[in-house]
Design a protein around this ligand. Structure first.
Ligand code: SAM
Length: 278
């Protein structure tokens, strides 16, 4: 019998395979107001912050189409990237190549729970948009720590369970399960040049921030900083449908993410460190 975690990994791999790699990149990085685009921009800033102290040898585990990697390469970081999906790895290589002057990166197909790298070789490890797909994230978190050098930093964002987007995302998942509704939405959506909305065939988990920090501590990290990002009061999927309005809203709400209102943001980023000893 196939283990639950393997079945989930297989579905995720299928979902992000083939032409989906390009579709994902077009949809998620098409403007500056998407959750994933904003997350990549925040990560690039935080990696720049810690690199002065930690070093510039960075691993992006679950790199997707290589957007963050290509940004980092363009700024002179030494980058390695891995992803479960071969199609994503190929897209990542192309992204780095297409961006003139982006330098080069090393790519590998690999599962974040079994990374194909030696112990302690990276100064900074980032793993964005992956923990949401893992049934047993503790294995992956321990693996991130293993490949990080003592004193190195891990930057691990997750999707906040308490976000205002949670009920709307649940509703949208329910609607897209209905073939007839999906067909109707897609007639309108694809006519505007967007990739079709698909049924989600795997689980996407949201985290309780306190539990997420505990997961990282139990994997052997010391928490350095935790922050909320992407405070979007526009109900999903309006934020995706009205990118200019969403960008304007984010300009207003960015300053609130560090206040009590931030607790309902969609994103939660934990920056943690592998202790020098251990
Ligand atoms: C939502 S995308 C995020 C991609 C990229 N980090 C970004 O922020 O654009 C999720 C990516 O994680 C990869 N992924 C999912 N499970 C994985 C696993 N167990 N090991 C490695 N990569 C995985 C998928 O193939 C996909 O490329």
């Amino acid at each position: 019998m196939i283990a639950k975690d393997e079945r989930q990994a297989h579905r995720v791999k299928e979902f992000f395979g083939g032409t989906r790699a390009e579709e994902y990149q077009r949809a998620q990085y098409r403007d500056t107001a998407t959750f994933i685009g904003r997350r990549a921009a925040l990560l690039a800033r935080r990696i720049a912050d810690v690199s002065a102290d930690a070093g510039r040898n960075v691993l992006d585990a679950g790199c997707g189409p290589g957007q963050l990697v290509s940004d980092l390469c363009a700024r002179g970081f030494q980058c390695t990237a891995a992803d479960l999906s071969r199609a994503m790895v190929e897209r990542g290589r192309d992204t780095v190549r297409e961006r003139s002057g982006a330098g080069s990166a090393r790519f590998a197909v690999g599962d974040v729970a079994h990374l194909p790298f030696e112990d302690g070789v990276f100064d900074v490890v980032v793993c964005a948009g992956v923990v949401e797909y893992l049934d047993e994230p503790q294995h992956a978190m321990r693996e991130l720590r293993r490949v990080l050098r003592p004193g190195g930093y891990a930057l691990v964002p997750t999707t906040n369970l308490w976000s205002t987007a949670t009920p709307f995302t649940a509703l949208s998942d329910l609607l897209r399960k209905q073939g007839a509704v999906r067909g109707l939405i897609n007639r309108w959506w694809t006519a505007r040049g967007n990739p079709p909305v698909r049924e989600r065939v795997f689980r996407v988990r949201r985290s309780r921030p306190s539990r997420f920090r505990r997961l990282l501590v139990e994997a052997g990290f010391e928490i350095e900083r935790a922050e909320y990002f992407y405070l979007m009061p526009l109900p999903y999927p309006l934020d995706r449908l009205l990118p200019r309005v969403a960008a304007g809203v984010l300009r207003l709400t960015d300053a609130l993410t560090s206040t009590v209102f931030g607790r309902v943001s969609e994103g939660y980023l934990v920056m943690c460190r592998r202790p020098e000893e251990g």
